[in-house]
Design a protein. Structure first.
Length: 238
């Protein structure tokens, strides 16, 4: 925020300077997508370090920000994500999907994850470990660019504006995507969407299928169970 816009903010009918500072910090860190020092935050907001020091302290104490003790840099925590999951629709999705994912993982012997889209990134909101002795499971809140993830591509393929991009068109036609993991050798991502009544994806489920030397991969069997689970969740959500 520039000095001019800061002055404009202070001239509003009901200015709340402390609240505005806190929101500026949160919005800046969300856009930066990388940790910043207190000095860098102050400089980017056009404020003095002393002006925002107390606000940073409060946001860290309340759990909205995390400070790296090694570098002293500051980043957003998962606090806002956790609060967002308390919104009725998000809560309903999690409540309905969690037992379904638990049953899915039990049947196929693999981990499963419920993923939603937020500001161009995928976010894991439910993670269920498989029953086997070795699993590949992502942490809750894990994010990555939607276009660079199997689960994100599946959601994008079933959203307005998907257009005629070849990769997304193929996913739309098939109704799912099976692809090697972008990050881990030996893992095959199997993903399908959860659709609303208009055929728009509200989320996706991804199974990071761990291929093991001593067992034949059962990707198609896992896919069949996954598709059935997605349909069941969609029907229950109405």
């Amino acid at each position: 925020m520039t000095a001019e816009t800061a002055a404009d903010a202070r001239s509003r009918p009901y200015p709340v300077p402390a609240l505005e500072k806190g929101l500026e910090i949160i919005e800046l860190l969300a856009l930066a997508q990388t940790p910043l020092s207190a000095r860098a935050i102050a400089e980017r907001l056009g404020r003095s370090k002393n002006e925002i020091f107390r606000m940073l302290f409060v946001l860290i104490e309340r759990g909205y920000l995390d400070r790296d003790p090694a570098t002293d840099e500051i980043a957003l925590s998962n606090r806002l994500f956790e609060l967002g999951m308390r919104v009725p629709r998000a809560r309903d999705l999690v409540e309905v999907a969690t037992p379904a994912l638990e049953a899915l993982s039990e049947r196929i012997g693999q981990s499963s994850h419920l993923v939603v889209l937020s500001k161009g990134e995928t976010v894991v909101i439910v993670a269920v470990a498989g029953p086997g002795d070795i699993n590949f499971t992502l942490r809750l809140g894990y994010r990555r660019p939607a276009a660079a993830s199997t689960s994100g591509q599946v959601i994008l393929a079933f959203r307005d504006g998907a257009g005629s991009e070849p990769g997304l068109t193929a996913i739309t036609a098939d109704g799912f995507l099976i692809a090697d993991s972008h990050d881990v050798v030996g893992v095959t991502d199997i993903s399908a969407p959860i659709l609303d009544r208009k055929g728009q994806a509200i989320a996706s489920i991804v199974v990071p299928y761990l291929n093991r030397r001593e067992a034949r991969p059962q990707h198609q069997e896992a896919l069949a169970e996954l598709l059935s689970t997605c349909r069941a969740i969609a029907e229950e959500l109405g």
